[in-house]
Design a protein around this ligand. Structure first.
Ligand SMILES: [Zn+2]
Length: 257
């Protein structure tokens, strides 16, 4: 049985480790030390490093991990990512034999142009989505266009409902506060806020989320919903109908929220 464990790092990052009793793979190690500590404590041998995009809080630990473990590093083609051994692209499959897990690569440009995510099935369906999708939110558009991000998010929202979603940041509570402003009548958001508050009070991660929860609460996946459209139009003071325009309006609004 696989375990998927969050290692808190920096202010609000999670470095996810997928492991069984003996072997582990790590996603987006922005720093190495807490990962090495966890692997030692659990007596695990690292078998792979997977990277979603080039930002340093996702890649900063690669070199120190490689000094300790000689393992493949998978990631998108980007010269600024140190020591990738395997460049992967849409629909590539990464077979992590030691974990009996195959992860499929999906390209999700928007937050950065190189962004990819990893989707796998092993008893549960799992998605490691870096900074593309957050619980009740999405990544900022640093490099890509709104249209690219809308397409990327659509790809993720079409994954099976029960898919567990492992995001890289603990942003849930502030995202819910924004989402409730956009869509005050969404009762599922009120429940989510209460649950997330309780978890954070005990310092427990609000993640993973699921695709079905995101489809029900995340305004960035709900740009076709009447109340979200109405919220965006009211904020902008003009009538919009195109989902990409609704998305851009929400993204700008959230940037300054
Ligand atoms: Zn990032």
């Amino acid at each position: 049985m696989l375990k998927i464990h969050p290692i808190p790092a920096f202010k609000d990052n999670y470095i996810w480790v997928i492991h069984n009793e003996n072997y582990a793979a790590v996603i987006d190690p922005g720093t190495a030390h807490p990962v090495i500590d966890y692997l030692q404590y659990e007596k695990l041998q690292l078998v792979a490093i997977l990277i979603t995009h080039h930002h340093n809080d996702h890649t900063g630990g690669i070199i120190n991990l490689l000094n300790k473990f000689n393992v493949p590093v998978y990631g998108p083609h980007n010269e600024s990512i140190p020591t990738l051994s395997h460049h992967v692209k849409e629909n590539d499959e990464i077979n992590l034999e030691a974990l009996s897990l195959t992860l499929k690569v999906l390209e999700t440009p928007g937050h950065t142009t190189d962004h990819i995510v990893y989707y796998g099935v092993n008893k549960i369906k799992m998605l490691f989505c870096g900074d593309t999708l957050f619980a009740c939110g999405c990544g900022r558009l640093f490099e890509g266009t709104a249209q690219q991000m809308v397409n990327s998010l659509k790809k993720l929202s079409n994954l099976p409902d029960e898919t567990m979603v492992y995001c890289t940041h603990e942003y849930t509570l502030e995202n819910v506060r924004f989402a409730r402003t956009v869509e005050p009548g969404n009762l599922t958001l009120q429940e989510l806020e209460a649950t997330a508050k309780e978890l954070r009070k005990q310092n427990i991660p609000t993640l993973p989320t699921t695709i079905s929860k995101e489809n029900a609460t995340n305004p960035f996946l709900r740009c076709d919903q009447p109340e979200v459209i109405q919220g965006a139009c009211k904020h902008l003071g003009q009538t919009l109908s195109e989902p990409t325009h609704i998305f851009s309006t929400l993204r700008e609004w959230k940037n300054n929220f």
